[in-house]
Design a protein around this ligand. Structure first.
Ligand SMILES: NC(=O)c1ccc[n+]([C@@H]2O[C@H](COP(=O)([O-])OP(=O)(O)OC[C@H]3O[C@@H](n4cnc5c(N)ncnc54)[C@H](O)[C@@H]3O)[C@@H](O)[C@H]2O)c1
Length: 254
């Protein structure tokens, strides 16, 4: 298990799914955690895990410095940011509205960018010198597109390259701040349950795309996040960890 004792973290989208599992995992590995979510029920998840909680709409980018300051006031430093909050609005290129596009991009990419920017400003000033690990959550939909989710897929594609730009900027500046991407495959969370309501049978169909023939447990994704958050991988930056049960590794005919 990675040792995160002495480290402090912000995890967005903590009220359910991968975010909730990540709060629990980082706490179990010893980190102090501030979980945030637009949904106030995130407080229950955080309280049960011994974490702090703040209501945050990640797309409200003016609020990001305040959230980072809250972590600084509570813990004295910021070591880890997990940009996990994400939304899907299922529309194809022919149907997508300007409003839906802006909403998805506001959360998935603008919010992630603003989180990186605010976290770097704080991580540069950590006691003892710059240090930190930023983990952005993309999706296998950023590697193989879903025809009905044009905004989601393309925003997650942008997250992948955003992470690489952040990673290389920080490295070139001499900051000891790493930035990596976790790419989950189909994971049993709120997003999939919502999609199942619209498309009955979707979860089983998606599970069948993995050679393991199952969905991921959010805790399995959180384990990859905890690894990247830790000091176990100091030369990993700009990297992508695929947590998809082999779904993208198998030839489509098998
Ligand atoms: N579940 C999957 O199959 C899957 C696959 C690939 C990638 N992902 C990604 O994993 C991440 C977590 O999703 P999940 O599967 O746990 O879904 P989820 O719906 O269970 O959790 C998402 C959380 O984000 C919060 N959120 C939504 N909009 C927000 C906003 N504007 N500000 C703050 N919080 C907001 C929600 O309230 C929710 O608690 C997302 O970025 C998602 O795109 C999920």
């Amino acid at each position: 298990m990675p040792d995160l004792s002495g480290k402090t973290a912000i995890v967005t989208g903590c009220a359910s799914g991968i975010g909730a599992a990540t709060v629990r995992r980082l706490r179990a590995d010893g980190a102090e955690v501030l979980g945030t979510d637009i949904d106030p029920s995130g407080e229950t998840v955080c309280t049960e895990a011994g974490a702090r909680f703040a209501v945050q709409d990640v797309a409200d980018i003016a609020l990001w410095p305040e959230i980072v300051a809250q972590a600084g006031e509570a813990f004295g430093r910021l070591d880890i940011l997990v940009n996990n909050a994400g939304i899907v609005v299922s529309l194809s290129i022919e149907d997508v509205t300007d409003e839906a596009w802006d909403r998805v991009y506001g959360v998935n990419i603008k919010g992630t960018m603003a989180g990186c920017r605010a976290a770097i400003a704080a991580m540069k000033e950590n006691p003892g010198g710059s240090s930190g690990s930023i983990i952005n959550i993309a999706s296998t939909s950023a590697m193989a597109a879903l025809p009905n989710d044009v905004a989601y897929c393309s925003s997650k594609g942008a997250v992948r390259v955003l992470s690489k730009s952040v990673a290389t900027h920080c490295a070139k500046q001499g900051y000891k701040i790493r930035c990596n991407t976790v790419i989950p495959g189909a994971t049993e969370t709120g997003i999939l349950h919502k999609a199942e309501e619209e498309i009955p049978g979707l979860m089983a169909a998606v599970a069948a795309t993995s050679p393991m023939n199952r969905l991921a447990d959010p805790a399995e994704t959180a384990a990859a996040i905890a690894f990247l958050a830790s000091d176990e991988c100091p030369f990993m930056t700009g990297a992508e960890l695929l947590v998809d049960g082999g779904a993208l590794s198998i030839h489509p005919g098998f």
